[in-house]
Design a protein around this ligand. Structure first.
Ligand SMILES: NC(=O)c1ccc[n+]([C@@H]2O[C@H](COP(=O)([O-])OP(=O)(O)OC[C@H]3O[C@@H](n4cnc5c(N)ncnc54)[C@H](OP(=O)(O)O)[C@@H]3O)[C@@H](O)[C@H]2O)c1
Length: 374
């Protein structure tokens, strides 16, 4: 039997699998988009480079069963034989795959809603066949929709008549609804990370969207935000550890957990200080800043500013809503609080500046990795 994980080639999926590999003796079935088994291994190796070297990866490979597929394709893109094999061997499911593109309604509906439905169908079939121990869904605090100056608890985050900021938030809300409605007889857990940024143990990351915006603001030195507004940042290692630990527990007190900094969230002034930077806060510049970002987002790609501007445009509501997400449930369940950004912000900032917001991947395939069979 194996824990079936979607999204293992992604930023958080790799954290979760890495934690579970370290915490347990379990086998893992991973759904990976690829053209061949070799490419699937190479893509996984790229995702795992933040956590281990090639030798360790080669040693762990025998515990991974790789399924080449796609959650938007019929039967997850698997042959009938592979789908049946996956159903028969699935002990529990962690569904992390999603599209984080906040602009495309079509892509969000296709991957987040249709894709989740396909994974739920597998869960139902496995449950009927031999019983499924747990279904863990990675959702997001984006399900809370439009907010201003609030502390949001798990219980009151979803209000169906409240507008969403973007298709991503709207479809993540639907994925929760699908799980709650279609898996009432299965132990399910819904995890809602807030803004995941960096690792509290080392100053490295492979995810850069929010990080780029932070570096830009820190380097500009003029911050068009209120200094006392708070931003709810949580480290990726805490998120990975929390999900891996709760997924393995036999009993949980709740079905939904915010993975967030909650009341301990830092203000923008404290965040800037954590990065080791000084700056001038000018909230009066927020409207012209937003106008400029809108314009820059439509500039030709060759100007090399449109990507950053588009990210900023999309994240702007989340930067200005001054809302944090209560985390008492996860603190009680884990017996541990998330590390403060204050403790690791400077390390992360140094890495981002030194590496120009890029991870120094070892791109050459590792022979011992590609040679091992699965
Ligand atoms: N990172 C954050 O700040 C954050 C915050 C809150 C919630 N979350 C949630 O956490 C989860 C993981 O996010 P992440 O940051 O790890 O995202 P990510 O790095 O973009 O990874 C997304 C993963 O989903 C996979 N995927 C996308 N479309 C797929 C498809 N059609 N079929 C199969 N797999 C597909 C990707 O595979 P490829 O490698 O093939 O593209 C990748 O493995 C998501 O559910 C997200 O909503 C993330």
């Amino acid at each position: 039997m194996a824990i079936f994980v979607t999204g293992a080639t992604g930023y958080l999926g790799a954290y979760i699998v890495y934690e579970l590999l370290a915490q347990t003796e379990e086998r893992f079935a991973l759904l990976v988009r690829a053209n061949s088994l070799d490419q699937a291994k190479a893509r996984l190796w790229k995702a795992f480079q933040l956590h281990m070297d090639a030798d360790e990866f080669s040693q762990l490979l025998p515990r991974l069963d790789l399924y080449i597929g796609d959650i938007t394709a019929p039967n997850l893109g698997l042959t009938n034989r592979d789908w049946t094999c996956l159903r028969d061997s699935t002990e529990s499911i962690i569904h992390a795959a999603a599209i984080l593109n906040r602009k495309s309604h079509q892509a969000c509906v296709n991957v987040n809603v249709r894709g989740t439905l396909a994974v739920i169908q597998l869960a139902r079939a496995a449950n009927t066949h031999h019983g499924l121990r747990r279904f863990s869904l990675l959702s997001s605090v984006a399900v809370a929709g439009h907010r201003q100056d609030e502390i949001v608890t798990e219980a009151e985050a979803i209000q169906w008549d409240r507008p969403d900021y973007d298709p991503y938030g709207a479809t993540k809300k639907l994925t929760e609804y699908l799980v709650q409605t279609l898996l009432p007889d299965i132990s399910y857990t819904i995890f809602r990370p807030s803004t995941v940024l960096g690792d509290s143990r080392f100053g490295k990351t492979t995810q850069f969207d929010t990080a780029r915006a932070l570096v830009l603001l820190a380097q500009t030195g003029i911050i068009p935000l209120q200094p006392h507004w708070r931003m709810d940042i949580v480290s990726a290692d805490f998120v990975g550890r929390a999900i891996a630990t709760l997924h393995q527990k036999s009993q949980l007190a709740h079905t939904i957990y915010h993975l967030s900094a909650g009341e301990q969230s830092l203000t923008y002034r404290e965040i800037l200080t954590s990065l080791g930077r000084a700056g001038l806060f000018s909230p009066i510049l927020q409207p012209p800043f937003e106008w400029l970002v809108q314009r820059l987002a439509t500039t030709p790609r060759s100007w090399k500013i449109s990507r950053l501007a588009t990210s900023l445009k999309v994240f702007m509501p989340y930067l200005t809503f001054n809302t944090v997400f209560d985390n008492q449930r996860i603190i009680q369940e884990l017996g541990d609080s998330p590390p403060s950004f204050r403790a690791y912000g400077a390390n992360l900032y140094r890495f981002l500046v030194e590496h120009h917001c890029q991870f120094p991947y070892q791109l050459t395939p590792v022979p011992s990795v590609l040679a091992s069979g699965v």
